[in-house]
Design a protein around this ligand. Structure first.
Ligand code: 13P
Length: 255
């Protein structure tokens, strides 16, 4: 059985004071055990958010990490630093990291191995550009990313990960993939994982959709058999919208 996950990627938004305000609003929401919820604030707000969460079931995630423990890596943050703050999940390979900051699949692979060894859960993002989509290359692109980003990891390690399919043309554009389109690609990704693991594992790995998820399209997305939740950008910055999305994931049993 796969438990749906709704994770908020706040990106470069929210000062510490704003972050704490948003957490206080989110804590007013109610949902059951059937859905897991996480927020991924900027590094600077992690400690305050952890404190504001108190005994809330909301889990703490980070948006990135470097693949070395310490050293001369100006501007980077390491796995032990995140663990010390109570971080449990780490977004890796987000398209903004790949496209704005030039992260390669090789680097994402090193980061994934490092995060898994630490016991934190990587949320690995993959997805195609509009141009690639129009050239019918979506499957080639996500296969290349998955195969390279997971290179050398064992089936048991891969099973602990979360994958997020985020078509780049749908991120921050208001133009979500249709539920059927997203489900088709996510089903294809599940097939790749089946090839890479022993088949059984592919049914246990959670695969999220990300890209303009809002309360208005969440229900249709979560009704699809392969979609195990969402990685939410813009709508995760507004408590009522994020809670609205969580509501549609609660009660969904998958697998
Ligand atoms: P939006 O929900 O703002 O489209 O962002 C999606 C995203 O990039 C989540 O990681």
């Amino acid at each position: 059985m796969r438990k749906p996950l709704i994770a908020g990627n706040w990106k470069m938004n929210n000062t510490c004071a704003q972050a704490v305000g948003l957490i206080e609003e989110l804590k007013k929401g109610h949902w059951g055990d059937e859905v897991e919820v996480a927020v991924c604030p900027p590094f600077t707000a992690l400690r305050d958010v952890k404190q504001a969460l108190g005994n809330s079931p909301i889990r703490l995630g980070a948006q990135n990490v470097y693949c070395e423990d310490a050293g001369a890596f100006t501007g980077e943050v390491s796995v032990p630093m995140l663990k010390e703050l109570g971080v449990e999940l780490v977004i890796l390979g987000h398209s903004e990291r790949r496209n704005v900051f030039g992260e390669t699949d090789g680097l994402v692979n090193k980061k994934a191995a490092k995060v898994l060894k630490s016991g934190m859960v990587p949320i690995l993002c993959v997805g195609e550009t509009l141009e690639e989509r129009e050239q019918d290359k979506t499957q080639d692109v996500v296969r290349r990313q998955i195969v390279q980003d997971l290179n050398g990891l064992t089936g048991e390690e891969i099973e602990k990960m979360v994958i997020a399919y985020e078509p780049i043309w749908a991120i921050g554009t208001g133009r979500s993939a249709t539920a059927a389109e997203a489900d088709r690609v996510i089903g294809y990704i599940r097939g790749i994982l089946e090839d890479l693991t022993d088949g059984r594992l592919a049914q246990t790995i959670r695969i999220l959709y990300g890209g303009s998820v809002k309360p208005g399209n969440a229900e249709a997305l979560f009704e699809m058999p392969h979609i195990d939740g969402a990685l939410v950008g813009g709508a995760s910055l507004k408590a009522n919208e994020f809670l609205g999305i969580i509501k549609y994931a609660a009660g969904k049993e998958i697998g």
